[in-house]
Design a protein around this ligand. Sequence first.
Ligand code: ATP
Ligand code: MG
Length: 559
Amino acid sequence: MKKTMSEKLTANFIRHIINNDMTNGKIPNGIVTRFPPEPNGFLHIGHAKSMCLNFGLSSEFSGHCNLRFDDTNPEKENKEYVAAIKEDVSWLGFNAEDKCFHASDYFGQLHDFAIELISNSKAYVDSQSAEEIRLSRGTLTKAGTASPFRERTVEENLFLFEQMQEGKLPEGSHVLRALIDMDSPNINMRDPTLYRIRQSVHHRTGEKWCIYPMYDFTHCISDALEGVTHSLCTLEFEDHRPLYEWVLENITINVIPKQIEFARLDLSYTLTSKRKLLELVDGNHVSGWDDPRLPTLKGMRKRGYPPEAIRDFCERIGVTKKQATIDMTVLENCVREELDRTSRRAMAVLRPVKIVLENFPEDKIEWIEVPNHPKDPSLGKRKIPLSRTLYIEHDDFMEVPPKKFFRLSVGSEVRLRYAYGISCKQVIKDKQGNIIELRCTYDPGTGGGKTSDGRKIKGIIHWVSASQGVPVIVNLLDRLFNVEEPWSSENFTDNINEQSLDVCTTAIAEPLLAQSATSDVFQFERLGYFCREKTELNSEIIFNRTATLRDTWAKMSKS
Ligand code: ATP
Ligand code: MG
């Protein structure tokens, strides 16, 4: 896969571990990793980090990475999420088809392993309620207390487990627990639950199962069945590692994958928790899972973030064991760098003011050939129309200009990008005193970067022909939150940035933009990067601002 960043690789302690394992001959058959999303929501930038790590490292070391749906909770999961996740995985640039598995593929084998544990007196059916189990588990400072059902015989346990499976016992009445150690300092080892009863329909196995395995039991066995060599997960699973290993050591299975934990990605000014993202969607704070202000892959895609930029970001932030918040600017800069390199240039005026070039013939249209990219000729050229009436940005004119204002004012001269120098002769206002038109003249001798008499014109402004321009709607998107760590306040929705979506309905763009396709990204000169949104045929043209040209937040927090 093409790397957009410098070839120098950032700190990644897992790369070192794998490298060592490879050189020590510990992995004769090559490395196998997996990316295990639960199909209960859409993927976000945190998952992108995990994908880049799992798919990235496995391909770097000529191994492979499985996409495995961790689908053990029928109530929250569905087929739509599975399809959406696959689409996102492949959009990010990874293979979602060849090695695609589901934890539910292993329900039969998991059941057999549970029987093996019961037969070896390593698991028992507990008839306490969930609440009783929770209370008897103890605390960090207090040991747990044994269940009164802990001493059940193997036969009794096998019988009850079968009854659970056959749907003869109600939900919540029994669970299967591992028989480990109620005094363990690690609460996860105090007889954790392995199976619970759920009389629900699973999106893949239908009504076949009335019992569903817990994550801690499912995950390690799925890893082992797939021959995973390195099972990479986030830090919160560190305390689960002894259980991961206990399960595999106590059943008949060959492979024991190595679980390695790394710090999850927290990104400033946004959220990387599916639950909180769901709250934003359900509370109508955003337009849906693909709202371009969300850090979901669907949202970032709609916003115009290229997958290359997201992969580049994941490489740059590195992989460590220390939890730290990554600054949003890092992601935004990766996006800018990639788009600067790849996006075609175009001109659009967001808040137009009309100018009339008095010495430009009434009906004339001059088509000026310009490059689509200042550095990359392979992106081609296009022709833009110049006419007597044009629009320029309202902000590019000032009646009473401050010093060093190099744009347009009465009596001053400015250059139209790719075209001529113009000077303003007169300002026309309406009754309320609003500027409605600027009367200007142009200097035909200023083509090709020169003026007829060699004078200097400092400022260059963008413009659009009034007769040829097309109206566009531009969503000026900004960060969704105005605090750095929105997740740390309980009412996180209180910190939503009310200005995160500013719909600009006055914009006019050069005619080419009417022919652009959904998802095309352009740099609107001097304004930023903008991505065409999918709309119905013949309806309005909508662009989302992907990024500003520079980091405006840094400037704001300084002032
Ligand atoms: P959430 O907390 O958003 O619900 P999750 O861990 O429950 O996330 P899964 O679908 O189970 O969501 O995640 C799939 C994989 O992605 C897991 O291996 C998980 O560790 C990893 N992952 C999830 N969030 C992040 C994150 N913020 N940074 C890095 N990896 C993450
Ligand atoms: Mg999870």
